[in-house]
Design a protein around this ligand. Structure first.
Ligand code: ADP
Ligand code: MG
Length: 239
């Protein structure tokens, strides 16, 4: 589904992605972790070309991301959930979720509403369809953001620290929505510091350090028998 081949990126002189290789197979859940500033967001943003790369190649479903002429089409096929759930404050929850399918795909209102209500039920917010974002908790808003991303029926979902801005008591409800997506077979690449989620849900955990992915392993091995000294010290600090 995603292939990274010798990916390199610089911000000016700062070399932020260094020879990144990797594959995310269809239906797989990859958790990407590492210290702040190691390049996780840059890598995940490069997948839908929010960040251009200077060397190497990223393909999504076989198509070279850099060569894709229709950037909107590429992006609308990839669900992206950020740390900050930028819902439109003047639109209801239902309108937030139906906006992209209606505007970008021309889905008729009734059909878009029906799908949105299904998705809101799935994230446990069916009863909030007519609420406005400022009437919701942070965890609820982030679940709406997930429903909104799913409304375009993307085959691939990217998450960049979706729970980092939430109060601790709301982290679980968002992770549980992500877990059910994974159970349904969604292909997912998730940047998160939630190591419990990584341990239980990830097929593979990738550790990024100074722009390089220096370890990739199934969670059992990643947490139980980390090889790289830098990963060992990272895990000691956070666990
Ligand atoms: P992470 O998500 O792992 O915290 P980022 O991918 O955000 O790391 O950042 C990687 C490096 O690139 C950091 O050194 C960061 O300061 C730098 N960086 C990120 N975005 C920009 C930008 N738009 N311009 C310049 N430097 C940036
Ligand atoms: Mg980041």
């Amino acid at each position: 589904m995603i292939r990274f081949e010798g990916v390199n990126k610089w911000f000016g002189k700062l070399h932020v992605l260094r020879d990144v290789d990797g594959e995310v197979a269809r239906g797989q859940v990859i958790v990407l972790c590492g210290r702040s500033g190691s390049g996780k967001s840059t890598l995940i943003r490069a997948v839908n070309r929010l960040e251009p790369i200077q060397k190497g190649r990223i393909t999504v479903d076989g198509a070279d991301v850099a060569a894709t002429a229709d950037i909107n089409r590429l992006r609308s096929g990839i669900g992206f959930v950020f740390q900050q759930f930028n819902l439109f404050p003047h639109l209801s929850v239902l309108q937030n979720v139906t906006l992209a399918p209606r505007r970008l795909r021309g889905v008729p209102a009734r059909e878009a509403d029906a799908l949105a209500l299904d998705l809101l039920a799935k994230v446990g917010l069916a009863e909030k369809a007519s609420a406005f974002p400022n009437q919701l908790s942070g965890g609820q808003r982030q679940r709406v953001a997930i429903a909104r991303a799913l409304a375009m029926r993307p085959p691939l979902m990217l998450f960049d620290e979706p729970t980092s801005a939430l109060d601790p008591e709301m982290v679980g409800e968002v992770l549980s929505v992500m877990r059910s997506l994974a159970d349904e077979g969604m292909t997912m690449m998730c940047v998160t510091h939630e190591m419990g989620f990584a341990e239980e849900v990830a097929d593979e955990v990738w550790f990024m350090d100074a722009g390089s992915i220096i370890e990739k392993a199934p969670p059992k091995q990643f947490f139980g028998a980390p090889e790289h000294p830098r990963l060992q010290s990272f895990l000691k600090e956070i666990l």
